[in-house]
Design a protein around this ligand. Structure first.
Ligand code: PLP
Length: 472
């Protein structure tokens, strides 16, 4: 039987809402279906606005995932929508391929104007991992060297090259052999870096200014010194700002990878900002002009979304706001270390924050989906904690998983129980643990990075695009 022609978007939204989970389970990723059911996130999402998701019953939720970092200006920002509509209305000569376009050129101009003076050209991409892949290739071609260093616990994406720079076994396992010549050094360990660089065969050191997984901040002065060491050893210093923003990490940056929030939450985009020297040594003749690229790189819709996003960030002062919100979040969350047994540390900068839990295996899930009432009052910090509100203070066993009222069984282990023994955990607790682990370890974290509406204190946007990477 030949397939029916697809209905219009409006027809689909009207007629098939509610089929999301069934379609996912049948055609996409049933394991993801299990995760979202276990967490109680199997809502029918019918809308999004600013920091909030809205379900089919009209309930608004404070979205603590923030699309894994894409909603710097909030969901469905009208200015980004308007920019996309303008591109479509203008019927632009998009993607001429053997040709160049205006919007992509202006985006490069705008991004480079915000970046350190050491970078001078843009290589367009469509995602973060693609930007990192480009950086690896450019570094190898520019230096004629093969080795690439990365930091332990790093996350740079999940395609094969980026995965080779990934510090998490859970991501690497089963996909090898990965790219040869990629080696980890401790995040913050300048001695180890210097030692590896001393062999004289390193093409690049790729590093996040703040590690997204775990929100690990490097010691003061680390990034500047790492750059100096790379420069001294003839290796390129590549800053992965896909999660954090655009680097202000010093004078010797050779490449900056950007993506995520630049999308305005709408159109996938990525880019590598590259020093003139590195760029010209790779693209060094007409016959080599297309030796790296991507069919959709630099497309008009992505460029328009990115330009609108930059405009909103500037106009709404999101950079400054990120610094203010960061300070406020720290002020609100630092006392939790004293107050709750389960919180061992609070780390963060700008609007990336994380509260680490004591004994991650024992800790009950953090609440990553929080319903908000009319007027979106500030959730109490303890409501975001594993186990919920004050009645659960000091009770690590409470496993109130989320707003839907689903309660997991106590995760407290019997004395002497094997920490690692999956079988020692009740089935429901195991499911919750696996689901939260797959969802990015929220089980262990207070995720306070997305927008929080602070009511009387004014509406706060998610971290500013350019705020978090600054100041190192
Ligand atoms: N680099 C960093 C620092 C990231 O956090 C991520 C994604 O989380 C990536 C690269 C990969 O980006 P993408 O998912 O767009 O491929």
């Amino acid at each position: 039987m030949s397939p029916q022609p697809p209905p219009s978007v409006q027809e689909i939204l009207n007629a098939r809402s509610g089929e999301e989970m069934a379609l996912n389970d049948r055609y996409l990723n049933p394991q993801m279906g299990r995760i979202v059911r276990t967490l109680g996130f199997d809502k029918v999402w019918t809308g999004g606005e600013g920091a909030h998701l809205v379900d089919s019953g009209g309930q608004r939720y404070l979205d603590l995932f923030g699309g894994y970092g894409v909603f710097a200006v909030g969901r469905n920002h009208p200015e980004v929508i308007e920019a996309l509509e303008q591109v479509i209305a203008a019927r632009t000569g998009n993607l001429p391929q053997l040709g160049v376009t205006l919007l992509s050129g202006v985006l490069a101009e705008q991004l480079l104007a915000r970046a350190p003076g050491s970078v001078a050209a843009m290589v367009p991409a469509n995602t973060g991992t693609e930007a990192v892949e480009a950086a690896i290739k450019i570094a190898r071609a520019a230096t004629g060297r093969a080795r690439v260093l990365y930091a332990e616990h790093a996350f740079h994406g999940l395609t094969l090259g980026s995965l080779s720079l990934n510090g998490g076994v859970e991501f690497r396992e089963g996909f090898g052999p990965l790219l040869p010549g990629c080696e980890a050094v401790g995040f913050g360990d300048l001695e180890a870096l210097e030692h590896e660089l001393s062999r004289g065969d390193v093409a690049a050191f790729v590093v996040e200014p703040i590690q997204g997984k775990g929100v690990n901040l490097p010691p003061a002065g680390y990034l500047a010194e790492a750059q100096r060491l790379c420069r001294q050893a003839g290796a390129l210093f590549v800053c992965d700002e896909v999660q954090t923003g655009i680097a202000r990490t010093g004078r010797f940056l050779d490449m900056v990878c950007v993506a995520k929030a630049l999308s305005g939450g709408f159109v996938p985009i990525g880019a590598v900002l590259v020093s003139r020297a590195a760029f010209d040594s790779v693209f060094d003749g007409m016959e080599r002009a297309v030796r790296h690229g991507s069919t959709f790189g630099g497309n008009d819709l992505a460029a328009a979304a990115a330009l609108a996003t930059l405009r909103v960030i500037d106009r709404e002062g999101l950079l400054e706001r990120a610094a203010r919100v960061g300070a406020l979040l720290m002020e609100l969350t630092e006392p939790l270390v004293e107050r709750f047994e389960v919180v061992s540390a609070v780390r963060g900068m700008g609007r990336r924050h994380r509260a680490a839990a004591v004994g991650a295996r024992r800790a009950p899930p953090a609440r990553a989906l929080l319903p908000v009432g009319d007027g979106a009052a500030l959730p109490r910090a303890q409501d975001l904690l594993p186990g919920g509100g004050p009645s659960h203070e000091r009770d690590q066993g409470a496993a109130r998983a989320h707003d839907r009222g689903v309660r997991g069984p106590a995760l407290r282990r019997r004395p002497g129980a094997d920490d690692r023994g999956r079988r020692a955990l009740p089935r429901r607790a195991r499911a919750l643990r696996d689901a939260h682990r797959a969802a990015g370890g929220t089980r262990r974290a207070l995720i306070a990075e997305p927008a929080v509406d602070l009511g009387a204190r004014g509406r706060l946007h998610r971290r500013g695009w350019f705020g978090d990477g600054g100041g190192f």
